[in-house]
Every structure is written in structure tokens, then in C-alpha cells.
Write a protein that binds this ligand. Structure first.
Ligand code: FES
Length: 571
């Protein structure tokens, strides 16, 4: 920060046409909150607090906030919290992704508009961390991301339970009549029993690990359980680090670079992390003009092993990952593949961090690079005439027996159509068919929900069918599993090839070739294209945020950000 730049309450004055009066007025109003003259001169660390009664994952934020404030005071700053939108994953309709960009705008603009010299971002639940990092990247003020930390697991009989892979597992059993109504009701109260984010390597945990790998969170903090005392110490340290950045500023644009984004992709692949993270990381990097190509993802995936044995891909939970060594252990294993000269918000390089790392690893949870769980990364991008701009498959969570397969398409034209027919006993479908869901992409009325995990039709699940190839332009929860092709781009609602699939068409999936093909000749596809009329309500017939969203949201391969939030091109 420039010596002459105003700091604290003197930053960014309200415009009354008289700067001295603006500062006088602000100080007098700030004094009404009980601050002494000495405190009014301190640099300010804002704390973006996404606590909400509609966000169970952030239930412990009041206690965490106290610890952040303590850290800021220890670092010589004045902590001032401010509320932002919160996105509690399961409380939002139609889906939280629709509001991620709104939270990013809220976060960015409130940081910009209010007088603060640095900021601590308190987030956790799925979309909150990417929203905060997107906003912070755009404003480019020194920022430290503090995540909520994961929930602890619970028990049902002798079984260990953790949201939300086990939610889906037991719901699948209930649909297959392997679990009674009484049992499923009993389990309902045991799946999520502490504050914190979902207990597996879902989207929230993946984004926490990505934030630490990028360098936006303090080293060693991503996996600390929400209720562990270390989480409070991490909050205190985050506040202190933010206060120290007032005098030694490190901006998000110095931390989020092409190299650190590539490191984050490596970690995502090694974690077998959430498919959603590709969209979020693309959006975060995009705010700084950094492009993530799906072709590059594939080349990284080919040479990055899966190391972490966590649900939904493996068997353990986030608390096990923390005690097993967490992100630091994964980074050590990946060290030869990483850019070691990236810096974190502490100013330390990744290489320096790893040199000091204590070195403990529990091999039951984190495998060595020499003996990985899988030799290749957990995610792969597919291309072909069905997805010209790409689609994503989480191969680490899929059934390998379905990786090279041709099958007959069974098409559902919307989520409503899916809900109405999937359990119809007369539905013409076998386990060898390929289920296709259309019109669930970013611009669709459903706003790209986590509906790509199409339920196995009841009549097949009752026969013991556990997995089928499913293809859509929707997303999938990071806690889900199956041979599920997601994020097909361009989406059906904008006339992408997915809109042209008809019942009975043949589709070919080849994971080895990274292809997804609709085996219909081009002349017939052209005929269907000419008949396609679309089903979107035009933006001009919408209002408010819904209108903004409909006109501005980009496709999955562009991170589903808003076009106008991208960096302005140099004149
Ligand atoms: Fe908040 Fe899963 S519901 S992280």
C-alpha cells in the first residue's frame, strides 16, 4: 500500500463534496459505536460474515468470528464485521449455483464500498467460498479465506454416517426397499449432527482444499473440523494474518496465478474432488483473466494420481483426512508435479511451506505417489459431437465396467419429465440403456441444479442395478457417485446438441478416448436442429435478478460466471 493512501475510516469517503467534512462526519458516527480516538485511527480489517439462520454449515460462525476479531486486534488492526448473503446449500431454490454470482457481487461491492484495508472472508458451504474468492479476486484487496471446516461424523448402529454421501447411499437403499420407512426416518436425524460443512470430499471440502492450495487460506487450515479447537486457532491466525497484510500487502492477484491455479487443479485431481470445483475454479481464475482449458485438465489428469481415500470416492471422512495430514500431506506427495514458487497470503512460497511441513501421513487415508489409489486423476473432460465444448466425468466415482460402452438413449426432456416418469413401471428402460436429461443447464429454468445424479429407475434398482451411464447438462453434488456425464456444453436450452437427442438414438462413451458421441448422422441432426424451437423464457419477459441471471450467465466451461463480471479488456 502506498504511504500516502488513506487507511482505516479515512478510506473511500462518502461523497458530500467536502472531503474533510466527510471524514469528520464518518468519525463522529463511528465514535457513536463507542470507539476511542486512538481506535478510529487504526487500519481496518473487514470480516465478511456469511452467518445465516438458513445455513446450518455456518452455525458456529459467531464463535469463529470472536476468534477472528481477537487475531485482528493482536495484529494491530480494528476488526469490523459486515454481513453478506449466505448460501445454505439445501435451503435455496431452485439451486444455490444461481445465487453464487449474486453473493460474489455482494462480497466484492461491500468490500469496495466500505472502508477496510484488508478482509477476512468467512465462508464454507458449497458456493460461499467460490463466491467470496471471485469477489476478492475482482476487488484485489488483501484477503484471507477462512473456511467453516467439516462436520464430524455420527453413528447409526455400528455404521459411521456423514453428510452427504451417506444421505444418498441410504436414500438409494430406501428406494430399493432395503431400508424401511422407520429406519430412514431414524437415519435422517443422524446424518448431519454438528456445525460445519459436509463430512466428505464434497464441493465444500474440495473448495476448502483448493483455497489452501491456491494460497488464499492459511496453510494447514482447510480440513480442521468445524468443532475442533484448532479451528478457532485458525480463525485467530487468519485475523492476525489479515491485519499484517495491511502493512505488507499481498493481493489476490499475486496469489491466484496461472501456476497456483494449475497446482489447485492437481490437488483437485488427487483428491478425487467434486466436479463442481472445475466450474468454481474456472470462475475464480476467470476473474483474473486466467483461462482453464478442459484439454489442459485432461493432460494434468493423465499424470496426476488419486491419493485421497475419502468418500464419495473412497471410504474415509474429512476428520480422518485432517488427522491423516490434510492438504499439506497431499502437497508433499505431489511435490515433483507442483509449481513451488507460488505464494500464499503469508508471503511464504509453497516450496518454503513444504520444507517446514511436519511430514506426518496416515497411509490408510492418503496414499503415496508411488502407490496411489488410481494412477490417473479423478476427473476427465469428454469431447465429441454431443459435447463440442466439453463435459465432465468423475471417473474415480464411476463404474469402470461402463467406461467403454454404446447404448440406447432414454431421454427425459426436463426435471419435471424425469420426476414424472422415472419410476413409471412401464418406462421402456434396461440397465444397458443410457439415461439422458435435457434442459438442466445454466440458462435453463432450473439453473443447473445438482440433478445430474439421475435416480436409477425404481424397477431397475429393485433388480439390484446400482449404476448406469447418465448424461446431462446439469451438475452433480460433490458427495454423489456413479457413471455420470455432467456439464455438457453447450447446454440443451441454448440449442446445444444435447437438445437433439431422441429416444432410441445410440450414444457411445469412451473414457479411454475421452469421447462422448451421438451416433446419428449429421443430416438427421441438421434436420432436428432446424425443427428445434427452444423453451426458454426470454430475458425481457423476466425481472430482477432472474433477468440478470438469464441474460448474463455463461456456460459451464466458462465457470457459469456472468459475462459482465469478467475483467475489462485493456483498451
Ligand atoms: Fe453445506 Fe454440504 S450443505 S457443505
Amino acid at each position: 500500500m502506498d504511504e500516502q493512501d488513506p487507511t482505516g475510516f479515512a478510506r473511500g469517503l462518502t461523497n458530500y463534496g467536502d472531503k474533510d467534512f466527510s471524514l469528520y462526519l464518518r468519525n463522529s458516527f463511528a465514535a457513536s459505536m463507542g470507539y476511542s480516538r486512538e481506535v478510529l485511527k487504526k487500519p481496518i480489517v473487514g470480516i465478511a460474515n456469511s452467518f445465516s439462520g438458513f445455513n446450518n454449515c455456518h452455525r458456529h460462525f459467531p464463535e469463529l468470528l470472536d476468534a477472528v476479531k481477537r487475531g485482528v486486534l493482536l495484529g494491530g488492526g480494528l476488526p469490523i464485521e459486515f454481513p453478506t448473503i449466505s448460501l445454505g446449500e439445501v435451503f435455496l431454490s431452485p439451486t444455490s449455483l444461481k445465487f453464487r454470482n449474486l453473493m460474489a457481487m455482494d462480497t466484492e461491492e461491500m468490500i469496495r464500498a466500505q472502508p477496510m484495508d484488508a478482509v477476512v472472508l468467512m465462508g464454507g458451504c458449497d458456493k460461499t467460498v467460490p463466491a467470496q474468492l471471485m469477489g476478492a479476486a475482482s476487488i484485489d484487496l488483501p484477503a484471507v479465506q477462512l473456511v467453516a471446516g467439516p462436520m464430524m461424523t455420527s453413528r447409526y448402529g455400528e455404521e459411521r454416517l456423514g453428510a452427504c454421501t451417506d444421505c444418498r447411499r441410504f436414500w438409494g437403499k430406501y428406494r430399493a426397499k432395503e431400508v424401511t420407512t422407520e429406519q430412514i426416518n431414524d437415519i435422517e436425524g443422524r446424518l448431519a449432527t454438528t456445525s460445519g460443512t459436509c463430512a466428505v470430499m464434497g464441493t465444500a471440502s474440495t473448495m476448502a482444499c483448493i483455497s489452501e492450495t491456491l494460497g488464499m487460506s492459511l496453510p494447514g487450515t482447510a480440513a480442521i473440523p468445524a468443532v475442533h479447537a484448532d479451528r478457532l486457532r485458525a480463525a485467530e491466525a487468519s485475523g492476525r494474518a489479515a491485519a499484517q497484510m495491511v502493512t505488507s500487502p499481498i493481493r489476490p492477484s499475486q496469489v491466484i496465478t496461472e501456476k497456483s491455479v494449475e497446482n489447485a487443479l492437481r490437488v483437485l485431481l488427487a483428491l478425487g474432488g467434486s466436479t463442481n470445483a472445475i466450474i468454481h475454479l474456472t470462475a475464480i481464475a476467470g476473474r483474473l483473466g486466467i483461462k482453464i482449458s478442459l484439454e489442459r485438465l485432461n493432460s494434468l489428469s493423465d499424470e496426476t494420481p488419486v491419493l485421497v481415500n475419502l468418500k464419495p470416492v473412497g471410504m474415509h471422512y474429512m476428520e480422518d483426512f485432517f488427522f491423516a495430514g490434510g492438504v499439506g500431506a497431499v502437497l508433499r506427495e505431489l511435490r515433483p508435479l507442483l509449481h513451488l514458487d507460488t505464494i500464499s497470503v503469508t508471503g511464504e512460497t509453497l516450496g518454503e511451506r513444504l520444507d517446514q511441513d511436519p511430514g506426518y501421513i496416515d497411509r490408510r487415508v492418503i496414499a503415496s505417489a508411488e502407490a496411489p489409489l488410481e494412477p490417473q486423476g479423478g476427473l476427465v473432460a469428454l469431447f465429441g459431437n454431443l459435447a463440442p465444448r466439453g463435459a465432465i466425468l468423475k471417473r474415480s466415482a464411476a463404474d469402470k465396467n461402463l467406461f467403454e460402452k454404446e447404448g440406447r438413449a432414454v431421454v427425459f426432456s426436463s426435471l419435471e419429465d424425469l420426476a414424472a416418469r422415472v419410476d413409471d413401471p412401464d418406462l421402456d428402460i434396461t440397465a444397458d440403456d443410457i439415461m439422458v436429461l435435457q434442459n438442466a443447464g445454466p440458462k435453463s429454468a432450473s439453473g443447473m441444479p445438482e440433478a445430474g445424479y439421475l435416480p436409477i429407475p425404481k424397477k431397475l434398482s429393485a433388480q439390484g442395478v446400482k449404476d448406469m451411464i447418465r448424461i446431462s447438462d446439469a451438475r452433480m453434488s460433490g458427495t454423489a457417485f456413479g457413471t455420470i456425464v455432467l456439464h455438457v456444453a453447450p447446454e440443451a436450452s441454448t440449442g446445444g446438441p444435447l437438445a437433439l437427442v431422441r429416444n432410441g438414438d445410440r450414444i457411445r462413451l469412451s473414457v479411454s478416448e475421452k469421447r462422448i458421441e451421438l451416433l446419428v448422422d449429421e443430416a438427421e441432426l441438421e434436420r432436428r436442429r432446424s425443427e428445434w424451437t427452444g423453451n426458454l423464457v426470454p430475458p425481457e419477459q423476466r425481472r430482477g435478478y432472474d433477468r440478470l441471471y438469464a441474460s448474463e450467465v455463461l456456460q459451464a466451461d466458462e465457470g457459469c460466471d456472468f459475462a459482465f463480471l469478467q475483467p475489462v479488456a485493456d483498451a
